[in-house]
Design a protein. Structure first.
Lengths: 114, 115
């Protein structure tokens, strides 16, 4: 079955360490996205990519970095510069055939930094 | 700029009662609107979307939403709530003609269904 795989499901890190969250899709979608979810705040866009080797900052990109070397992969690195990294991170993709293409989501990675 | 406001962070209904989750949007150009559902510790699943074809949109699991331009609203309804409808619901918007092809989400409404 096609879908989006995020790994790991739970991740624990010490403050000051960089950590990379994996996102892989086999839907042959062009566009991929990273959102951060905090209780009561909905989803906020971190980064998105519409094509391989290109990506744009979202609303809260500070302290994060991404790469898009392959169409199916869009890893997110949470750097030590991110002041409040503990959150639920969701990866999504869309066919990007138009503005009305729905997003397909992975099951998320819950990151806890202590 | 586009934005979404979901009125009521928590809604509680009895099983079999009407479900009404409110969403108001702001967009300077014609919007595309979506409702997603999220079960605990999972990603989001598309319920339905409005893309200007019809103002009343039917989705999965018996949900529907009506686009009202005059009220800038896209409220989600279901005639009869089921226990399995308990989840968090998100309204989202994007707009044609904008350079950014990414959804803007509301803050979510958690639906509780009482037996």
């Amino acid at each position: 079955d096609g879908g989006i795989t995020q790994s790991p499901k739970y991740l624990f890190r010490k403050e000051g360490q960089n950590v990379t969250l994996s996102c892989e899709q086999n839907l042959n979608h062009d566009a991929m996205y990273w959102y951060r979810q905090d209780p009561g705040q909905g989803l906020r866009l971190i980064y998105y990519s519409q094509i391989v080797n290109d990506f744009q900052k979202g609303d809260i990109a500070e302290g994060y970095s991404v790469s898009r070397e392959k169409k199916e992969s869009f890893p997110l690195t949470v750097t030590s510069a991110q002041k409040n990294p503990t959150a639920f991170y969701l990866c999504a993709s869309s066919s990007d055939r138009g503005q009305n293409s729905p997003l397909h989501f992975g099951n998320g990675t819950r990151l806890t930094v202590t | 700029a586009q934005s979404v406001t979901q009125l009521g962070s928590h809604v509680s209904v009895s099983e079999g009662a009407l479900v009404l989750l409110r969403c108001n949007y702001s967009s300077s150009v014609p919007p595309y609107l979506f409702w997603y559902v999220q079960y605990p510790n999972q990603g989001l699943q598309l319920l339905l979307k409005y893309t200007s074809a019809a103002t009343l949109v039917k989705g999965i699991n018996g949900f529907e939403a009506e686009f009202k331009k005059s009220e800038t609203s896209f409220h989600l309804t279901k005639p009869s709530a089921h226990m399995s409808d308990a989840a968090e619901y998100f309204c989202a918007v994007t707009s044609s003609g904008t350079g950014r092809r990414a959804l803007t989400f509301g803050s979510g409404t958690r639906l509780q269904v009482q037996p």
